[in-house]
Structures are given as structure tokens and as C-alpha cells.
Design a protein around this ligand. Structure first.
Ligand SMILES: [Zn+2]
Length: 238
């Protein structure tokens, strides 16, 4: 039994190493996701600025169209003036022209504001695009480093899986099944050392008779408190 327990302990060591590898791979994958999200955020900001520029340009075009229409109105009104015979009509057309000129002044002011806004947005866009380019390079380097870490972990996990496949052949199926269930239930630790009368898995005292049986190493003994399989290390000279 002792030999089998030792083999099981070696298996657990390997399994814990693999657990560590898998955990590190998960962390690395999360890192890649976070890097991608950061990049997407920067891309979204650039896209939003571009959309804002397009929108402002469309507003400017609409204002320019209004301006052209008002200018055309004035030309038409001024042409109308020539055919007018009454003072009343003359006043009405002049009033139209004055209103159109006032509108034109307002439109020109608004167009200038849009031009200023577009210039500001373009300058902001250039800065954001530059920052994005830098971020892309930076994140590319970081992702490459994380990816190579992942592939190293995967290689080592694959090598360990081969070793494991060989090792489990030596362990009786029932014992292996029990070990695996215990590992699931006991946070990866199914087999623990007993030392100085205690289980090192849960630190509880083991009844003396049970402890003596452990020394004999003839049967599988589990901790009465945490149910883990117990193994005892016999120091040299013992
Ligand atoms: Zn225990």
C-alpha cells in the first residue's frame, strides 16, 4: 500500500503542477482579453471622433445650402424691385431683402463656428490616431509576450499529460477514482502527509491507533476529519 500511496503522491504533485499551468493560462488569456479591450476602446474613440467630424461637416453643408438659397432670394428680390410701381410693394420687397441679409449674416457666423469646430476635431483626431498607432504597437508586443507564455505553459502541460498517462497505469482504478473525487472535493489535495499525530491537510489530530496503522503501511487510511488519504514519510533511520 505504501508504494501505491507514494505513486499517488507523485501523481498529485504532477496534477498540482498542471493545475498551476492551467491557472496561469487562464490568467494569460484574461490578460490578452484586457489588452484587446483596451485597443478596441481606443479604436472606438477614433471612430467616434471621425463620426463627429462627418456630422459637423454635414451640418456645415446644410448651412451653406441655406446660405446659397438666401443669396438667391436676394438676387430675385433685387430683380423684382425693378418692376415695382407702388411705394407699398417697394417697402415690402426691401423688407424681404433686409430679412434675408440678416439671415445670411447669422448663417455665415454659424458656418464659421462649424469650420472652427471641424478644425478642433481634426487636430484631436490626429492626436488620437497617433496614440492609437503607438498603442497598437505596444499591445502587439505585449500580446506576443503573453502568447509565448501561453504556448510554453501548454507545451509543459502536454508533456505532463504524457507522463500522467504512464503513471496512472500503475495505480489501481478504484484508488485513482477515489483520488480524483477527493481532489475535486478538497481543492486539489487528495493525499496528504500525516506528521506528529496530525493530518497536514486539515491539521486535526489522528487517533493514535490509526496513526500506528499508518506506520505499518498495509492499508489505505483516510483522515477521519477531512477524508483525505494519509501517507507517512519514514525518515532515514526510523
Ligand atoms: Zn485531515
Amino acid at each position: 500500500m505504501r508504494k501505491k500511496l507514494m505513486m499517488l503522491e507523485d501523481l498529485q504533485e504532477l496534477d498540482l503542477k498542471t493545475d498551476g499551468s492551467q491557472a496561469r493560462i487562464q490568467v494569460a488569456l484574461a490578460e490578452i482579453e484586457a489588452l484587446d479591450a483596451r485597443l478596441q476602446g481606443a479604436v472606438a474613440e477614433v471612430d467616434a471622433t471621425r463620426a463627429e467630424i462627418d456630422g459637423t461637416e454635414a451640418d456645415k453643408t446644410a448651412l451653406e445650402e441655406n446660405l446659397a438659397a438666401e443669396n438667391a432670394n436676394i438676387v430675385r428680390s433685387e430683380a423684382n424691385l425693378k418692376g415695382i410701381t407702388t411705394q407699398k410693394e417697394y417697402q415690402a420687397v426691401n423688407k424681404e431683402i433686409a430679412t434675408a441679409k440678416k439671415l445670411i449674416a447669422e448663417l455665415e457666423e454659424q458656418i464659421l463656428q462649424k469650420i472652427g469646430a471641424i478644425e478642433g476635431l481634426r487636430a484631436g483626431l490626429a492626436t488620437k490616431e497617433e496614440a492609437l498607432k503607438e498603442l497598437e504597437e505596444n499591445i502587439g508586443v505585449q500580446k506576443a509576450a503573453v502568447s509565448s507564455r501561453i504556448s510554453e505553459e501548454e507545451q509543459s502541460a502536454a508533456a505532463d499529460a504524457k507522463i500522467r498517462a504512464e503513471r496512472v497505469k500503475e495505480i489501481p482504478a478504484g484508488m485513482l477514482k477515489r483520488y480524483e473525487k477527493l481532489r475535486e472535493a478538497r481543492r486539489g489535495i487528495a493525499i496528504v502527509e500525516a506528521r506528529d499525530g496530525s493530518c497536514l491537510g486539515c491539521n486535526m489530530q489522528i487517533p493514535p491507533q490509526m496513526y500506528n496503522n499508518l506506520y505499518r503501511g498495509e492499508e489505505l487510511i483516510t483522515c477521519p476529519h477531512c477524508q483525505r488519504m494519509l501517507v507517512i514519510r519514514q525518515e532515514a533511520g526510523e
